[in-house]
Structure formats: C-alpha cells, structure tokens
Design a binder for this molecule. Structure first.
Ligand code: G3P
Length: 217
C-alpha cells in the first residue's frame, strides 16, 4: 500500500520523507490556504522534495478553465497529478488531461457510481472521502469496499486513493479492503506506530536491562 501525506506543510512532509514513509503528497485548496503560501511555489517545493505523485487541485469549476489550469499545474513538475472535483466538468477535464498523458486525481468522490465515471474518464487516482461520510453517519469504509469490487469486476486500472482519513483504523481497514493508496495527515501516519502494549513491553525490557546490567557497547 502506498502512503501519501495529506498536507502542504513542507517541513512535516520532509520529516516523514526522511523515514521513507512518503510515496506521494495530496493537497487541496483548504490545505493550501492552511499553508499560507502561494499554490505554485509550495507545490513546486513539494515536487522537488518527493519523488512520487503530488496532487495539486484546480480552482476553476468550468471544464475549459480546469483544463487550462491543469496544463499549467502539470508544467510544474513531472510528478504532478492534477486534481479535479467529481463533476461533469471535472470528468471532461479528466478525460482531456489524461488523454494528454497527465496524471489526474478525481476528488470529492462519495459513491461507487461516481468512481465508475472517474475510471471511465481515465482517472489515474480516485479519491473517495471516508471521514466525511462517517461525519454524516454513513459508512465510509463501505464505499472503499464497493469501489474495490467494481474496479476489480471490470479490470479498471484507476488507483483507489482512500482520502479524508481521520484514524489509524481507517488506514488498517483501507489496507484490509485493498485500497491502492491512503492519503492521511502527518499526525495520523505518525499514530500508526503507537500501541500501549508496545510501550508497556518496552518499559519492562528497559527495567530488566537495568536490573541485569545488560550492556552491548
Ligand atoms: O484529501 C482530502 C482530505 O484533505 C479531506 O480530509 O478531513 O477535510 O475530510 P477532511
């Protein structure tokens, strides 16, 4: 499973990248706003920092403008994935940009039907939002399972990029189902290593090391 980091915070990306935990990065207008930086500058810096796909989202809602913005974003670096929302205009932009050889990440996906359309439009990635479905008492993980089934039924190559990941359980469940990628905030990725029994067991080992005077160096 690939780990993408869902942030435009360059130092946070660098820290996880040094641990070998960054296979790509996703941003969106809210994350760019949170960074307080120019979208083109921060996106270029992220593309220079990581080797994997870096998703940068268009701001337009009309297909022709999306295509123009997408072409400009794609020129930033070879590892840019142009992000478009799952609307008919977004699907049209996806078709044109993917036919031109660009990676396209279709985002704001909340149904298997939407994911089916994105695959038919040539999307490289589909971004179903788990957390926002959970927020309204729907089952975000069921959407991941449904898309996995639909894509496998017909051999679609579009990669399932599980997004709106809020917890370690979302990551484990996405992996169990077979999502190709998860994109999560740095805090969630860091939380994956935590377990109280690991802490308890290490404390016991350290106590025994001290009691027994175990030395290696
Ligand atoms: O990549 C999409 C992600 O940033 C949305 O997450 O927590 O705002 O639903 P969230």
């Amino acid at each position: 499973m690939k780990f993408f980091v869902d942030t435009a915070d360059v130092p946070a990306i660098a820290e996880l990248n040094d641990l070998g935990m960054v296979d790509g990065v996703t941003t969106n207008p809210s994350l760019i706003k949170k960074s307080g930086r120019d979208i083109l500058e921060v996106t270029k810096e992220i593309c220079d920092l990581v080797e994997g796909p870096v998703s940068a989202e268009v701001t337009a809602t009309e297909a022709e403008q999306m295509i123009a913005e997408g072409r400009k974003l794609a020129k930033i670096a070879d590892n840019i994935a142009v992000k478009v929302p799952l609307t008919w205009d977004g699907l049209k932009a996806c078709k044109v940009l993917s036919d031109e050889g660009n990676m396209v990440n279709v985002t704001l996906c909340f149904s298997a039907n939407q994911a089916l359309l994105a695959a038919k439009a040539g999307a490289t990635f589909i971004s179903p939002f788990i957390g926002r479905l959970d927020d309204i008492n729907l089952d975000g993980m069921q959407l991941i399972e449904d898309i996995r089934t639909v894509y496998d039924n017909y051999g679609f190559e579009t990669q399932i990029l599980a997004a709106s990941i809020r917890t370690a359980n979302h990551v484990a469940e996405s992996a169990r189902i077979g999502a190709d990628v998860i994109t999560a905030p740095p805090s969630v990725i860091k939380s994956l290593a935590s377990h109280p029994l690991t802490d308890k067991g290490l404390a016991a080992f350290l106590a025994d090391i001290k009691d027994a005077g175990i030395k290696i160096l």
